[in-house]
Design a binder for this molecule. Structure first.
Ligand SMILES: *Cc1c(COP(=O)(O)O)cnc(C)c1O
Length: 378
């Protein structure tokens, strides 16, 4: 069944008593025991809640996983996954990484004896060179933030299998609708569901899917032990968002493709990063592996003054962090989302004071282009 269809079905199966077509919000902390030593399957909402489970089962189906897990944010989900490692373990990480993930690794988990090497994970030789005897995992973003590099999961997962490493893929920018990392040999997918999955800029939420049932048991133990779970209301909002994933992503990608071409032809734009453009270095690989190119665009203007002008003059497109929702948003990564990346690394990657990142929404494309045109041309 197509992912778009499966997405609509989430929550539909739940309430067999009344036949409600959406899962109810089980706003309860605890559950009555039917008898001594007996359980309805639910005892306490940190350990399990029907609304959350409906979402967890749903994302597991979309991703072809044994189990899914829902957390209070994408960062909580990633932090929970790091509990799979112990002091002395080393991870190889995509260098062009979400700033918050970089901060979590370098400022917090490094204090507990984990170490991280940042490499260009699109280069197998660079990964091999970073391998250490204590390396336990490779953490990649399937489509990176903000420079939109696409990971060659087939090559990376072969390297992981050969060296007995876990492969963890942050698939936030693509979602299972465009790519299912577990089909390419990843062990775990992680999502900031705040972005495309929930899709309406109205809730913060994180999801994890795990391929192997035994590894999923461990992840569940950590989820329940630490307790950064997604509440029932936010679980319901995330399900409600996922139902329209297919049509939203189709429309957003269609808009992004047109806007990327329009930007590329504009005299004041120096560079456009969008994998749907044929001159993007990962265009062909992505065309082969992914169902689409997504709807994130990064671009460089020709003068720094233009950065502030665009951020202030766009009106339909909001100057705000986050991405993936129905509303178009624009941000300045150097100062906003990527301030926690060390300056040398930012410079090497190309995150500079000319670079803007655009998350294209579902608005009418002509209106979006007009908003960009009037902002750029003053
Ligand atoms: C936003 C984001 C995160 C963090 O998720 P939150 O829901 O904000 O905690 C992690 N990875 C990527 C790629 C993101 O865009």
């Amino acid at each position: 069944m197509n992912i778009a269809t499966q997405a609509v079905q989430i929550g539909l199966e739940w309430d067999t008593r009344t036949g409600a077509v959406t899962v109810p919000v089980y706003q309860t902390a605890t559950f009555r025991h039917p008898g001594l030593g007996q359980s309805t399957g639910y005892d306490y909402s940190r350990s399990g809640n029907p609304t959350r489970q409906s979402l967890e089962d749903g994302i597991a189906r979309l991703d072809g996983a044994a189990r899914g897990f829902a957390y209070s944010s994408g960062m909580a989900a990633i932090a929970n996954l790091l509990l799979l490692f112990k002091t002395g373990d080393h991870l190889i990480v995509t260098e062009d990484l979400y700033g918050g993930t970089c901060r979590l690794f370098d400022k917090i988990f490094s204090q507990y004896g984990l170490s991280f090497s940042y490499v260009d994970t699109s280069d197998s030789a660079a990964i091999t060179a970073a391998l250490q005897p204590s390396t336990r995992a490779i953490f990649v973003e399937t489509l990176t933030n903000p420079l939109l590099k696409f990971a060659d999961l087939t090559a990376i997962s072969a390297l992981c299998k050969a060296n007995e490493l876990l492969l963890i893929a942050d698939n936030t920018f693509l979602t299972p609708y465009l790519l299912r990392p577990l089909d390419f040999g990843a062990d775990i997918s992680v999502y900031s569901a705040t972005k495309y999955l929930a899709g309406h800029n109205d809730t913060v939420s994180g999801l994890v899917t795990v391929k192997d049932p035994l590894l999923a048991e461990k992840v569940y133990f950590h989820q329940n032990s630490v307790g950064a779970v997604l509440g029932p209301q936010d679980s319901w909002l995330t399900i409600r968002g996922i139902k329209t994933l297919g049509i939203r992503m189709d429309r957003q990608e269609q808009n992004a493709g047109r806007i990327a071409k329009w930007l590329a032809a504009h005299p004041r734009i120096k560079k456009v990063y969008y994998p749907g453009l044929e001159n993007h270095p990962d265009h062909l690989l992505m065309k082969q592996d992914s169902r689409g190119f997504g709807a994130m665009i990064a671009f460089e203007v020709d003068k720094h003054e233009l950065v502030e002008q665009i951020l202030m003059k766009t009106s339909l497109i909001s100057f705000a962090e986050s991405l993936g929702g129905v509303e178009s948003l624009i941000t300045f990564p150097e100062v906003q989302t990527h301030a926690d990346i060390p300056p040398e690394l930012r410079a090497r990657l190309g995150i500079n004071n000319l670079l803007l990142r655009l998350s294209v929404g579902i608005e009418d494309c002509d209106d979006l282009i007009e908003d960009l045109r009037q902002a750029l041309e003053g």
